[in-house]
Ligand binder design. Structure first.
Ligand SMILES: NC(=O)c1ccc[n+]([C@@H]2O[C@H](COP(=O)([O-])OP(=O)(O)OC[C@H]3O[C@@H](n4cnc5c(N)ncnc54)[C@H](OP(=O)(O)O)[C@@H]3O)[C@@H](O)[C@H]2O)c1
Length: 257
């Protein structure tokens, strides 16, 4: 069994790598930082006796996506589990913000997810088994900038695959966490001091619940009862109310979860 995880060097991707390594799954790890990938591969390989391959790649680029797509489509080295997880947030308003940054966000969150899933699925379907987990966010149900819009795409894209995959032995699952302790907020220079302790999820828990959901054929996984409740509220609240709520709390305007 082999799993390919994007954004595997930190946070939720690292948690998926550790969970799957513990189960004895061989890994193909993707991120930009080659040194960090190499060190992780050695650590997980030695600790769990698994094969760990690294693919340093920037998924915001065509070249980076191509390297990973070619690996996923290689019939001689089948990948059974694909975790599209790599991502980042932006701490800026759309008006007056950087267009290049907005486009990079879409390239990594949307285009790379689309491309890698497209490369992986034909082999999985032909072999009659496989799982795609797309790390989305509860933010996909809230009107909060390009990040939210991208995560809405990830969730609906994943849901949209399921009728096509029915009866193939292959599943697609959107994992939609809330605030999770990772490098995400620090990398985007977001101050999170106003977020209370109870609101934070542990990355290992997100990965564990995501894998459990995927294995039971669940299409959308929202880890933790508190965020499942929030997700239901966000999906049923009048949209005008949500928009007014976001406008009233400026801290919620940047793309945070
Ligand atoms: N943390 C949260 O509160 C939260 C909540 C909901 C959803 N999420 C989602 O969870 C996913 C993982 O985020 P995280 O919180 O674990 O963040 P993180 O700790 O910052 O980790 C991000 C990972 O993605 C990789 N990455 C970033 N840009 C990349 C690129 N252009 N090409 C390839 N790899 C790239 C990073 O490695 P390199 O820098 O080496 O490339 C790193 O391994 C994201 O999709 C995020 O939107 C996070």
């Amino acid at each position: 069994m082999t799993a390919c995880i994007t954004g595997a060097t930190a946070g939720i991707g690292l948690a998926f790598a550790e969970e799957l390594a513990q189960e004895g799954t061989d890994l193909v790890l993707v991120a930009r930082d080659a040194d960090r990938l190499g060190a992780l591969a050695v650590r997980l390989g030695e600790a769990h006796g698994i094969d760990v391959e690294v693919l340093p790649a920037d998924l915001a680029t065509d070249a980076g996506c191509t390297v990973v797509m070619q690996r996923l489509a290689d019939p001689d080295r089948p990948v059974d589990i694909l975790v599209n997880n790599a991502g980042f947030g932006l701490n800026e308003d759309f008006v007056g913000g950087s267009l290049a940054a907005q486009e990079r966000l879409l390239d990594v969150l949307v285009r790379a997810t689309l491309r890698l899933t497209h490369a992986a699925l034909p082999g999985m379907v032909a072999r009659g088994q496989g799982m795609v987990l797309n790390v989305s966010s509860v933010a996909g149900w809230a009107p909060v900038g390009t990040y939210s819009a991208a995560k809405a795409w990830v969730t609906v894209f994943t849901e949209g695959l399921t009728p096509e995959l029915a009866g193939t032995g292959v599943t697609a699952t959107a994992v939609c966490p809330g605030f999770t302790r990772t490098e995400f907020h620090e990398r985007a220079d977001m101050s999170m001091t106003s977020v209370p302790d109870w609101a934070w999820l542990d990355a290992r828990r997100v990965a564990r619940e995501g894998l459990r959901a995927a294995r039971s054929g669940q299409v959308i996984s929202v880890p933790s009862t508190r965020y499942r409740t929030l997700a239901i509220a966000l999906q049923h609240a009048p949209r005008g109310l949500l928009r007014r709520g976001v406008a009233a709390v400026p801290e919620t305007r940047s793309d945070r979860a």
